[in-house]
Design a protein around this ligand. Structure first.
Ligand code: FUB
Length: 322
């Protein structure tokens, strides 16, 4: 059985009868999963690791989109945004996140600028499957290399937050238009303390590495991120911190997914969908998988009564939902 979706050009992927199977996508290499729930559909935006590498490094030129209504059958919407659509960018189509506001869809994407350094681009579309159109200039461009891995969240009072960063976690307060931010507040640097992110091996001396994912549940704010334990040669694991306020102070919560069995990077995306909580992540487990050839997976998890989360195991798939 396959289903059709209302938006865009789609192709139904191989139907799966009973359980969803990891990696979710086995036709291309994908990484940096960013789920977005819209009504009865979960949309999954990913980066795309090209088969052929340039300079033996991440070779990534476009962003892909997939959707599901049951966590088992997925529809491939193909390329929804690419470096070719961003006149001022030339490389590194890295980890995105999408959000809907007032009937428009915004895809926040780190890219390498033609004149050097990383910055955050915004693609805008009328439906979740794109095509996304670049807003024409960087949204965040501090002139350093920290401006990667944006995560966006609109709070109950309407204030939207865009967190991002490697090695530092930073944020801006997005304006209602979602394509500009409060310049008086500017780019705020989160104090990179051990209380917030635990002692770790990344450049700030904490575990916080990159790939933040910001959301709120039952009045508690969560920051989930790719993290580095102390010591040399460690792969990234996933960890989380919480706060009673959207801008911190943050308190370290624990390890969400261990580094074992993965590749150097990992990248979290969290969504509640049809009464279940999901952690999307990536591994190198497709045939030919490697540091630069990753694939997106998903695991179901539950919260403890106090809002804490136990370590989630990498798994081979999830059950269907209705
Ligand atoms: O995929 C490219 C980069 O690697 C992402 O931006 C990081 O989060 C890491 O996954």
């Amino acid at each position: 059985m396959t289903f059709s979706v209302k938006f865009g050009k789609e192709s139904a992927m191989e139907p799966k009868k009973t359980r969803g199977k990891n990696p979710i996508i086995d036709t291309i290499y994908t990484a940096d999963p960013a789920p977005m729930v819209c009504g009865d559909t979960l949309w999954l935006y990913t980066t795309h690791d090209e088969d052929e590498l340039v300079n033996n490094f991440y070779t990534m030129v476009d962003w892909r989109c997939f959707s599901t209504r049951d966590m088992v059958n997925w529809t491939d919407h193909g390329k929804v945004f690419s470096l070719d659509d961003i006149e001022w960018a030339d490389d590194r189509a890295w980890a995105p996140q999408a959000v809907e506001r007032n009937g428009k869809f915004y895809l926040y994407c780190p890219v390498h600028k033609k004149n050097g350094g990383m910055a955050i681009a915004v693609g805008i579309a009328d439906n979740p499957a794109g095509p996304f159109k670049d807003m024409g200039e960087p949204l965040v461009d501090e002139g350093d290399w920290n401006d990667i891995d944006p995560t966006v969240f609109i709070d109950d009072d309407g204030q939207a937050y865009l967190y991002f960063g490697n090695p530092e976690l930073r944020y801006v307060l997005l304006n209602e238009d979602m394509v500009s931010y409060n310049r008086e507040v500017g780019v705020v640097k989160i104090p990179m303390t051990e209380e917030a992110f635990a002692k770790g091996g990344h450049m700030t001396g904490t575990t916080y590495g990159e790939g933040p994912w910001f959301y709120k549940r039952n009045g508690l704010y969560y920051m989930v991120y790719a993290a580095f334990a102390e010591g040399k040669g460690r792969n990234e694991h996933l960890a989380y911190s919480t706060s009673e306020h959207p801008t911190g102070p943050w308190k370290y919560g624990g390890v969400l997914m261990t580094e074992e069995g993965g590749v150097f990077t990992n990248h979290p995306g969290i969504a509640d969908f049809k009464g279940h909580s999901y952690l999307f992540y990536h591994t190198g487990e497709l045939p030919g998988g490697s540091l630069f050839h990753r694939s997106v997976c998903v695991a179901e998890f539950t919260y403890n009564e106090d809002g804490s989360i136990d370590t989630v195991e990498k798994c081979d798939g999830v059950d269907p939902v209705e």
